[in-house]
Design a protein around this ligand. Structure first.
Ligand SMILES: [Fe+2]
Length: 229
């Protein structure tokens, strides 16, 4: 609940100390009380997106702002590849969270935890890829509808699915990612974009390969309590 002001002084400049003259004496109060002054400098300027000027940079273009020793053609090619990788990584990350929430069955606890671990690792990749795009002078894709348009990973149903089906979906998504990684790493290497090559191999490819191992072993049909005779 708002507190009612007890002072009769006007807001704004009222709280400021009276100005002193050059001799150090307090200046005489004005004969007529000044009208309240609104401090315009602290008022946020809202809704500027409604009259937005041209964007700073169009999606799909590459700026040459940072001196990183790569030609425009090389940057453009890497940005295009990395935005595809970004859209697929965001999609795979979200697929892990969907399955983290919806998993059910005897392996609930381990899959619930494993899916969330992989979600966090994919989130780190998302940031690394997006920031590489910006370093190269591109514009990173970000929002869900744009990601949905670009990704090559099939859209899963909204429904809850059995754990083995979840695992199969994840492995298919990893496979798509990894095939692209091999292709993109070679192209970046051939073009001399060592930073992109390193990111794709050392971060994206390695992380995805490791996650494939951890997920795949859950759908090997082995006996739980008694060995097959
Ligand atoms: Fe959770």
């Amino acid at each position: 609940m708002a507190t009612k002001a007890t002072s009769s002084k006007p807001a704004g400049k009222a709280a400021a100390a009276p100005k002193k003259s050059a001799a150090g004496r307090a200046a005489a109060p004005a004969a007529k009380a000044a009208a309240p002054v609104v401090a315009l400098s602290v008022q946020p300027i809202l809704n500027q997106q409604r009259n937005s000027p041209a964007p700073l940079q169009k999606y799909g273009t590459v700026a040459q702002r940072l001196p990183i020793g790569l030609s425009e053609q090389v940057r453009q090619s890497s940005v295009t590849m990395l935005n595809q990788l970004l859209a697929d990584t965001i999609t795979l990350r979200d697929l892990y969270k969907k399955h983290h929430w919806q998993v059910v069955g005897p392996t609930f606890y381990q899959l619930h935890l494993l899916y969330d671990k992989h979600y966090e690792e994919q989130s780190e990749l998302v940031d690394l890829i997006a920031e590489r795009i910006q370093i190269l002078g591109g514009v990173a894709i970000a929002m869900a509808p744009d990601v949905a348009e670009l990704t090559s990973i099939p859209r899963p149903p909204k429904d809850r699915e059995e754990a083995p089906v979840q695992v199969s979906r994840l492995l298919e998504a990893h496979q798509i990612m990894l095939k692209n990684c091999h292709d993109y790493a070679k192209k970046a290497d051939d073009a001399g974009d060592d930073g992109t090559n390193d990111l794709v191999v050392s971060n994206v490819m390695r992380t995805n390969e490791l996650q494939v191992w951890f997920v795949s072993e859950h759908v090997v049909d082995t006996p739980l309590a008694r060995a097959d005779s």
